[in-house]
Design a binder for this molecule. Structure first.
Ligand SMILES: [Zn+2]
Length: 208
């Protein structure tokens, strides 16, 4: 069951469950404009996560034929369902750099080269590549998804919100946040708490 919470006027947080995943949940956000909605991130392409997103969209009475998307980064828990919900006329915004990793193995190859340099054996890495949630539950390559690429400093106006796209690389090379200068709240994308938690989980998984 998705948890829907109004956090600002016309702006809702949607918490989706991530079963069998140490992260446990992922936050997506919905901005209600006057004519169109903006859904920020989408959750994993995994049954329980999709059911929860469907419940949330229904609870918020979202018209998908009038909905655009903003993908903060290409990881499965953020981009996985975009092809499930996007319509032909949906705009799907993503950072220009991050778009270069869609439907390619370049990020995996880079991560594996780094892991090999730090002592991981090839067999272990091959297993990770085949079983990792980003592989199993990510954006599928057969989906008709056309991205609208945004760069650092680009702006998006949704209802009373006037967002600036801010490139925040680190967690992912082309990670993007949205920031509303008037409201002075960066609210989309991973916060410091989430990044710290993810780093701790990785440490437990591979180093502890
Ligand atoms: Zn991520």
């Amino acid at each position: 069951m998705a948890l829907v919470e109004k956090i600002f006027p016309d702006l809702f947080k949607i918490e989706l469950p991530l079963p069998d995943n140490p992260l446990k949940a992922v936050n997506c956000y919905l901005v209600a404009g006057r004519n169109r909605w903006l859904l920020v991130d989408t959750g994993m392409n995994q049954r329980a996560c999709k059911v929860s997103m469907a419940q949330a969209l229904k609870a918020l009475a979202v018209d998908l034929s009038r909905t655009d998307f903003f993908i903060t980064h290409i990881h499965a828990d953020h981009a996985g369902q975009v092809s499930v919900w996007a319509k032909q006329n949906s705009k799907i915004y993503i950072g220009r750099k991050e778009a270069g990793f869609v439907f390619t193995d370049s990020l995996w190859n880079q991560a594996c080269r780094q892991a090999r340099a730090h002592g991981f054996d090839a067999e272990t890495l091959q297993e990770i590549r085949q079983t990792h949630p980003n592989r199993k539950f990510g954006l599928k390559g057969d989906a008709p998804v056309q991205f609208a690429r945004v760069s650092d400093g680009d702006t998006l106006r949704i209802g009373d919100y006037h967002f600036t796209c801010i490139e925040t690389p680190g967690h992912s090379p082309g990670h993007m946040c949205l920031y509303d200068d008037k409201k002075r709240k960066p609210w989309a994308g991973l916060g410091v708490r989430e990044i710290t938690r993810a780093a701790a989980l990785l440490y437990q998984r591979f180093c502890a």
